[in-house]
Design a binder for this molecule. Sequence first.
Ligand SMILES: Nc1nc(C(F)(F)F)ncc1COP(=O)(O)OP(=O)(O)O
Ligand SMILES: [Mg+2]
Length: 211
Amino acid sequence: MMNKEQYLLYFIMGSNNTDKDPEEALREAVQGGITCFQFREKGEDAREASGKKELAQRLQVICREAGVPFIVNDDVDLALELGADGIHAGQEDTPLRDIKKRCSGSMTVGVSAKTKAEAEQAVQDGADYLGAGPMFATSTKEDAEAPVGPETVRMLRQSGITLPIVGIGGIGTENAASVMEAGADGVSVISAISRAPDIQQAAQSLRNVLR
Ligand SMILES: Nc1nc(C(F)(F)F)ncc1COP(=O)(O)OP(=O)(O)O
Ligand SMILES: [Mg+2]
């Protein structure tokens, strides 16, 4: 199970989010101080089946060596097969109740939630953290909805949600602090790190604005 501090800089990446070798990109992000990693292999040119599993295994080793939690997006079967530290499910993915039936109590389960109703349902179903977004405009998630802004994090906190919340969507060094000030425990980032010329520096710069 994760502690709140581990949500601080929650890096998400798949092979199509970087022009680098994904293992090298993750090593550099770990060096730069990410505190959690989500393997999100989907969309254009995403690897599938054995290619996806083999890449996941190699990235999981990097996380394990660094003591960084390894979370799998969407794919419950893969998360269970790998013995991942957690799984993340959106509102359109496998319902949390079904995931919880298959996962051991030690597995962290995160849910995307941007309304009070979605958040309260997730809490009721036993979610360990919430991903709220998109905070800002994002070009990474092809089917992203309209940005909801950090005020959504504030609304969830004012609604009495005490679960760890990470903001996601279009976050970089220029707007990460606004997400934290709204009451998030961390920020989730893809391209601000994965597409940076110097990935380690990008992760470090984000850590510096988050402290
Ligand atoms: N993958 C995510 N990770 C987070 C986390 F909190 F972990 F940062 N929050 C939200 C999402 C978005 O999840 P979802 O709505 O299912 O879309 P997709 O599967 O395309 O990512
Ligand atoms: Mg999903």
